[in-house]
Design a protein around this ligand. Sequence first.
Ligand code: UDP
Ligand code: MG
Length: 166
Amino acid sequence: MIEQTLVLIKPDGLKKSLTGNILTRLSETKLEIAAAKIVRVSRELAMEHYKYLSDKPFFNELIDYIQGKYHDRRKVMAMVYWGENAIEKVRGLAGATNPEEADATSIRGAFGRITTGGVYENVIHASANSGEAEREIKLWFQPDEIVFEMYPTKIIEAMTARRVWV
Ligand code: UDP
Ligand code: MG
């Protein structure tokens, strides 16, 4: 099945200079990059992204982690990968959520760690299923930032203030 999936290189991945390594691993899947950008993650975006974990004891730490507060890197790299079985392929490369349990050759197994505070710093995010992928891609990207039309869009007339180059 042709699918799309959201991939984030988390702040620990950026700090550990793993971007090139991760992009190389992902390129071996033959999936296509449909969108990519560097994002400064607001608390609002972080909480919306991880809202299904809001009742967990590690939630506040998780929000600080994805905002880069532990790594002196207040950003993540966000990408959409597109192609045959994209969700499963990227999840497989990422490895299990807990880096101690992840296959040693997976990205999380090779580079992740558990902090003393109990958060899994696992380098990469990958959407878990097609419903989550849709929710996450629509949260992180606007339609015009993605090179394919993945989900239906509509045009609205809007007069909103926006920043432009001077
Ligand atoms: N997480 C954690 N402890 C846990 C479960 C999750 O620190 O017991 C963190 C970890 O960074 C993980 C993120 O919360 O990647 C989202 O959790 P989820 O269960 O969605 O795992 P994922 O889909 O990322 O494998
Ligand atoms: Mg998840």
